[in-house]
Design a protein around this ligand. Structure first.
Ligand SMILES: Nc1nc2c(ncn2[C@@H]2O[C@H](COP(=O)(O)OP(=O)(O)OP(=O)(O)O)[C@@H](O)[C@H]2O)c(=O)[nH]1
Ligand SMILES: [Mg+2]
Length: 698
């Protein structure tokens, strides 16, 4: 199958009738730690629904969902892909997200517009660091979730231990729904009390029979927990369950659905995607237990006047639609958008409040349904739908498209600040302006990528989330645009801070120009600065004593002073990096009549603040990562020693089976190239994952 774009991959066209009934749509994301088997699971979903005709395996570089050349080469998912699959008269709109932390923005923006999540765990490794990250993301959006404990075929996999892990590390009570029996190629369906086997070449033939007593006996307790969970979610069942009555499966499903939608029940399924074991029950659960768009609570939107408004999904009320992804398609800019309220027609004028606070109005030229790697033109896009818009030149990730007379903003999509940068320059044969053009395109698609210039060396910098992120960008430049670049060693992003309190004053004067066009300017300011706790950010206090006595500041003068202080914090004295965790108080200003305009005030405040920061013993902050290393016990000594040499702080070690998990905090700088080093320290058996923790003095 040919896929020309992400967010369009896979799926036989189900036409628009899929949306005719919103109650029959499930927008779900598949999320997990890297390598848990999300893509492998998604491939099965596509195959069993008939949306694809054969299963493509990740390790063959053949997964439909991992269509991008870089994904196939590296065997990982990089950008989230949407696919559509019809199942039991419902339309599953599935987004397979990447697990690697460098691409976490893809998870963030997918979760932002989806209605439910399938969280995949590795049955050997249980809850891993990225599992916790996606869990937090899921909590922030309050998304109902079901778990799939995958890889149960691997030696050391343990379903019950994985459930215990979920209980301990995520602090919730999982409810087992299916229990995998790998050697019998079967799962026990606890709800229906049946044994399901998966026959045929690819597990597509599901047969169900009553569960034999000897298999059932040890599982009866899990069934009990399931009944109690259902009773807890639906009071009308409670008395009956306590009296020993057995409610009908349909009644139990209704109760479990209620509890799952309310975020109180967490159904768990077990199986092996690769061995085609136990996947269909998860698909059934997506229909039975995860929400339709209308089941989700209304969204809150900010109004420009500071008020807020509830946005209920549906046709009533002025337009609200969220752009969650920009993508170049045949070289043209397209916006993936979810419509929340009202509808969009081709030719509609839409307005939005851009990130910089301006209201921009532009026109939607065409609307597409994205399906099977094709775009199909649509006459309209209704509430609940996820569509592709062409013609918008300015709208970008996180913007809310609105009716021009009623502008509001749905919650923006959080992006992260890049922590790593790479100096790049065009290699021989690559033209500078072509490179800039390509970088601009890549930057528009990826809000975690920044192209900047080093203020000191004038070098062009590519800033991103990690080594893999930057490497993939370079590979894409070469493959998609035919541009080769030379790059230096990656360098970590820096911040600056102050380590003690200080105060300073400054007089700003500029003599008049001889031609008399610019009059003399003068202003005076006194500023004090004080360190704040790490991670608390900056605070600017702009309520100074004003001289001469009796003079008062106009609002625009206060704004200018504030701008001046902010400008001083934007670049610190050591490396020109942003200053963080600093409290600035503008203590006093002096006005000199007409010579003190806004420009002079801003300049005086900035000058005084810079002097104060200079006096406050500035220090450099570097990114510190939270790292989890899993190594065979034999290698523990050498790996710990190596971490200490990298100035890592070990926080905990835990032994499980024959491997040890080490939790530690390590400066990012010391982790560059760690993948290779860990491999050689452990003969290829060690693994690690990391995520940004904070900027700190290291
Ligand atoms: N033994 C076993 N291997 C599996 C199973 N599911 C997936 N794998 C393998 O695990 C590796 C990772 O699978 P993927 O499906 O790419 O995992 P992913 O979660 O999509 O990974 P990222 O997108 O990179 O985060 C591949 O080599 C799969 O073949 C399973 O059930 N059992
Ligand atoms: Mg994947």
């Amino acid at each position: 199958m040919s896929q020309t774009t992400k967010f369009a991959a896979g799926g036989k066209s189900t036409g628009r009738q899929g949306y005719a009934k919103l109650s029959h749509v499930r927008n779900i994301g598949i999320a997990a730690h890297v390598d848990a088997g999300k893509t492998t699971l998604t491939e099965r979903i596509l195959f069993y629904t008939g949306a694809s005709h054969k299963i493509g395996e990740v390790h063959d570089g053949a997964a439909h969902m991992d269509w991008m050349a870089e994904e196939q080469q590296h065997g990982i998912t990089i950008t989230a892909a949407v696919t559509r699959a019809p199942w039991r008269e419902h339309l599953l709109q599935v987004v397979d997200t990447p697990g690697h932390v460098d691409f976490t923005i893809e998870v963030e923006r997918s979760m932002r517009v989806l209605d439910g999540v399938i969280l995949v765990l590795d049955g050997v490794r249980g809850v891993e660091p990225q599992t916790e990250t996606v869990w937090r993301q899921r909590c922030r959006f309050g998304l109902p979730v079901i778990f799939f404990i995958n890889k149960m075929d691997r030696p050391g996999a343990d379903f019950l231990r994985s459930l215990a892990h979920v209980r301990e590390r995520l602090g919730i009570e999982p409810v087992a729904m299916t229990v995998p029996l790998v050697d019998q190629a079967a799962v026990v369906d606890l709800l229906h009390k049946r044994l399901l086997t998966f026959g045929g070449e690819q597990g597509e033939r599901v047969t169900s029979k009553p569960c034999p007593a000897e298999i059932w006996a040890p599982l009866a307790g899990l069934r009990e927990s399931l009944l109690l969970a259902a009773a807890d979610a639906d009071e009308t069942l409670a008395d009956r369950v306590l009296a020993g009555d057995e409610p009908e499966p349909a009644e139990l499903i209704a109760a479990l659905r209620k509890g799952t939608l309310a975020g109180r029940i967490f159904p768990c399924f077990g199986g092996s995607a690769l061995r085609n074991l136990g996947v269909q029950p998860v698909m059934d659960a997506a229909v039975d237990l995860l929400p339709a768009p209308l089941d989700r609570p209304p969204a809150r939107a900010q109004l420009p006047d500071g008020g807020s408004e509830e946005v209920v999904l549906g046709a009533k009320g002025p337009l609200a639609a969220l752009v969650f992804k920009v993508q170049m398609w045949d070289g043209r800019r397209h916006c993936f958008t979810r419509v929340y309220r009202n509808r969009l027609l081709p030719g509609d004028k839409v307005s939005f409040l851009a990130a910089d606070g301006r209201v921009v109005t532009e026109q939607v030229a065409r609307i597409f349904d994205t399906d099977a790697g094709r775009k199909t033109k649509l006459d309209e896009a209704d509430a609940g739908q996820i569509v592709l818009l062409a013609g918008l030149r300015h709208a970008s990730t996180g913007d809310t498209l609105c009716a021009p007379e009623h502008v509001l903003s749905l919650e923006r999509i959080e992006t992260r600040q890049p922590v790593l940068s790479l100096a790049i320059e065009p290699a021989a044969g690559t033209l500078e302006d072509k490179l800039l053009e390509a970088l601009d395109k890549v930057e528009q698609e990826d809000p975690t990528l920044k192209v900047a210039e080093d203020p000191e060396t004038g070098q062009r910098l590519l800033k991103g989330m990690g080594e893999l992120h930057l490497q993939i960008v370079l590979e894409r430049l070469e493959r998609e645009f035919g541009l080769r670049v030379r790059s230096g060693r990656p360098a970590v992003a820096l911040r600056e801070t102050i380590t003690r309190s200080a105060a300073a004053e400054a007089l700003y004067t500029r003599p008049p120009t001889p031609d008399g066009k610019h009059p003399e300017l003068t202003a005076w300011a006194a500023v004090s600065v004080k360190p704040r706790p790490r991670g608390d950010g900056n605070r600017i206090d702009c309520d100074p004593r004003v001289r001469p006595e009796g003079a008062e500041l106009l609002p625009e003068q206060v704004a200018a002073l504030r701008d001046g202080l902010a400008a001083a914090l934007a670049s610190g004295p050591l490396h020109g990096a942003p200053v963080e965790d600093c409290a600035v108080v503008l203590e006093q200003v002096e006005l000199f009549g007409a010579a003190t305009n806004a420009e002079a005030l801003a300049a005086a405040a900035a000058k005084a603040a810079r002097r104060a920061v200079d006096e406050a013993r500035p220090a450099v902050l570097r990114p510190v990562m939270q790292v989890e290393v899993v190594v065979p016990e034999d290698n523990l000594g050498s790996v710990l020693g190596d971490i200490q040499q990298r100035r890592g702080e070990i926080q905990a070690t835990a032994i499980r089976d024959a491997s040890v998990t080490i939790d530690c905090e390590v400066p990012l700088e010391a982790l560059l190239g760690y993948t290779t080093d860990l491999r050689s320290l452990t003969q290829g058996r060690g693994q690690f994952s990391m995520q940004f923790l904070r900027f700190d003095v290291v």
